[in-house]
Write a protein that binds this ligand. Structure first.
Ligand code: NAD
Length: 542
């Protein structure tokens, strides 16, 4: 079990054991980790040093982990740097379908003891791991620069969010550990939560540490055991997370790691009769498949599987006639092209009122022309590569579709970067019909559809005309318009007069509905409950 006294190796002094005790006792409430300020020389230097350190460690072998054993197989996948596709990040042993069965057995066995550990002990593991992540902050961000093509700021934000999840879910586990009592004379009633069992965590690559750590530690904090499958595009970051958590005091078999292609090991994982719950974040296509498969019961299965699925988006920003157009265009650029549009929350539709349409488009185009494009390790690059060749082909296909559906207003050339990595420059389509494919389908790349609306009624109607309901926003100077958008634009996370990406744990719990997902918001007060079973015990007394 985690012992903070044994990991009290803090640089710059401070006592970890007493800090963890203060968090566990509620004396130190949750607070978000501030983002790195790269305008400060010593912080830039720390990131440069971390990039150099990680570069020296590229190309190593990573095992899968079952029941505490580190296992290597001959069947390995190679993780590549999307900015420089000749550069290998690591070689990862793939778990087979047989290994998946072994992982479920190990997790089921470990559940017997882990489900009886106290919330305090479980929370302590998360807090110890959070401390290690803070300690290795720049190094962990640097891995994402190399493996996922995130620029410095995006990589740091993912890291901060990861630590926030650990700190937040540790405290949530303690909060939910207090049974509610409804006693009357002659009868006691107790309402409390218990863990569900074996949880399969299936994660995407685009927030390689934050989403993986969020789903995994929520499951663990609630007392479940976990089989974690990272994305094939972020296995090294996944392996590092597993190593940190396992060294932070998790007993053997509580967290198992099965990297491998979703198409091969996904179905056996989801369908296994001894899996009780699946926490998935990824595309609608895979999410719906998981929901369907999890709904079937197999021989020997004792319960109905619970599925938490966070899926895609086709997010819109409304620009009203009284909007500050400079701010609206800037908010659109950051929301549409941050991490090359590869965020579930990214803006892919700008719905602009007639009266300001031309002016907005002009400013938007100007600002998009100013974006700096380059490899992710370049501190000046705002815009980097797409994650892999399939993503590049998909985006290029949609650009061709868009040329038949709308007017191509801008497609930035990336020059020779396209030979070096998976680069596709930012794209703006103007005069896009609201029902066009480029305005309805999730592209997951830097392609923005600008749509004309005659008034705010039409803008809201177009904004809601989507299968998805994840994020959205509006720019307006009018209280009345903002209130109306708040009431009528139905999305999980709505942002007014600001960018629509970059939600923060606890302050902006995150998640959508319709085809964007089933589940309560990550980083919010209902999230952990989904990983638990509520029970009521009534006793007649006297
Ligand atoms: P993806 O659906 O392709 O993959 C997600 C995970 O599912 C990966 O680990 C993959 O290996 C696995 N997988 C693939 N086939 C599977 C199968 N048959 N059974 C089980 N698992 C399988 O998605 P991605 O490309 O990794 O991520 C991008 C998608 O994720 C986008 O649609 C984006 O909007 C969405 N996303 C949503 C959120 C959110 O919070 N709503 C956050 C991030 C990303």
């Amino acid at each position: 079990m985690a012992d903070p006294n044994e990991v009290n190796v803090r640089e710059g002094g401070g006592n970890l054991a007493s800090d963890i005790e203060a968090a566990l006792s509620g004396e130190v409430p949750f607070s978000n980790l501030p983002l790195a300020d790269f305008s400060q020389e010593e912080i830039t230097k720390a990131m440069q040093d971390a990039l150099a350190l990680v570069e020296k460690n590229l190309g190593k072998d990573y095992p899968f982990v079952i029941g505490g054993e580190l296992l290597h197989s001959d069947d390995k996948s190679v993780s590549l740097n999307p900015s420089h596709i000749h550069q290998e990040i690591g070689h990862i042993s793939k778990a087979s379908t047989v290994d998946v069965g072994d992982a479920v057995t190990a997790a089921k066995e470990a559940f017997k003891a882990w489900s009886h550990t106290s919330a305090r002990e479980r929370a302590m593991v998360l807090l110890v791991a959070a401390e290690e992540m803070r300690h290795r902050k720049y190094e962990l961000a640097a891995w994402q620069v190399y493996e996922e093509g995130k620029n410095w700021v995006e990589a740091d934000a993912d890291l901060a969010e990861s630590i926030d999840y650990l700190e937040y879910y540790a405290r949530e586990a303690l909060r939910l550990d207090m049974p509610l009592r409804f006693d009357i004379p002659g009868e006691t009633n107790e309402y409390f939560y218990e863990p569900r069992g074996v949880c399969v965590v299936i994660a995407p690559w685009n927030f390689p540490l934050a989403i993986s750590a969020g789903m995994t530690t929520a499951a663990l904090a609630a007392g479940n055991t976990v089989i974690y499958k990272p994305s094939g595009d972020s296995p090294v970051v996944g392996a590092i997370m597993v190593d940190i958590l396992n060294r932070s005091g998790l007993p053997t078999g509580v967290l198992n790691f099965v990297p491998g292609p979703g198409a091969e090991i996904g179905d056996p994982l989801v369908s296994h009769p001894d899996v009780d719950l699946i926490a998935f974040t990824g595309s609608r296509e895979v999410g719906l498949r998981i929901v369907r498969l999890a709904g079937d019961t197999r021989e020997g299965q004792r319960g109905i599987k619970r599925v938490i699925a966070e899926m895609g988006g086709k997010n819109a920003l409304i620009v009203a006639e009284d909007a500050d157009l400079e701010a609206a265009a800037m908010g659109t650029v950051i929301s549409a092209y941050g991490y090359q549009g590869q965020k579930c929350s990214a803006c892919s539709r700008a719905i602009v009122l007639e009266g300001v349409y031309d002016k907005y488009l002009e400013i938007l185009t100007e600002k998009t022309m100013q974006i700096t494009i380059g490899p992710a390790e370049d501190p000046d690059a705002f815009f980097g590569p797409l994650i892999n060749e399939a993503a590049r082909k998909k985006v290029l296909r949609y650009i061709e579709i868009g040329k038949h559906e709308a007017r191509l207003a801008l497609h930035r050339d990336v020059g020779s970067l396209a030979d070096e990595g998976y680069f596709v420059g930012p794209v703006i389509f103007a005069d896009v019909p609201p029902r066009a494919r480029i305005a309805q389908e999730e592209i997951f790349g830097p392609v923005l559809s600008v749509i004309r609306a005659k008034d705010i009624d039409e803008a809201i109607e177009v904004a809601n005309d989507s299968d998805y309901a994840l994020t959205g926003g509006a720019y307006s100077a009018s209280r009345e318009t903002l209130d109306r958008v708040k009431r009528e634009f139905k999305v999980g996370n709505l942002y007014l007069n600001r960018k629509i990406t970059g939600s923060v744990v606890n302050r902006q719990p995150f998640g959508g509905f319709k085809m964007s997902g089933i589940g309560s918001k990550a980083g919010g007060p209902d999230y952990l409950r989904q990983f638990m079973i509520p029970r009521t015990v009534t006793e007649k007394i006297g």
